[in-house]
Write a protein of this length. Structure first.
Length: 116
């Protein structure tokens, strides 16, 4: 099973980016899908998560600016990031747990850099 993340880049403060993470491999079911981020010198933190049924939750710091969604048919999770701020800079990782298992998997990370 592999998670392929894409969509990171360099953007000015106030700008937008859309991250994608596609799951591939022999799976029967995808449970929750999430995005985490890790800023330099800081611990990895949960940014947003979404259940298989579409219920989403967000870190307080991104509430109202970021939107997580998923396409079950494409086995892909998205993170629409609007109103980006320099403190949003970091490596963004997708995460999921799948059946059979459940087994947890991480994507390879995609860099997001927001300049002031």
């Amino acid at each position: 099973v592999q998670l392929q993340a894409s969509g990171g880049g360099l953007v000015q403060a106030g700008g937008s980016l859309r991250l994608s993470c596609a799951v591939s491999g022999p799976i029967l079911w995808i449970n929750a899908m999430s995005w985490y981020r890790q800023a330099p010198g800081k611990q990895r933190e949960l940014v947003a998560g979404i259940t298989s049924g579409g219920s989403a939750n967000y870190a307080e710091s991104v509430q109202g600016r970021f939107t997580i969604s998923r396409d079950n048919a494409k086995k892909t999770v998205y993170l629409q990031m609007d109103g980006l701020q320099p403190e949003d800079t970091g490596v963004y990782y997708c995460h999921t747990d799948v059946l059979p298992g459940p087994v947890n998997y991480w994507g390879q990370g995609t860099q997001v850099t927001v300049s002031s």
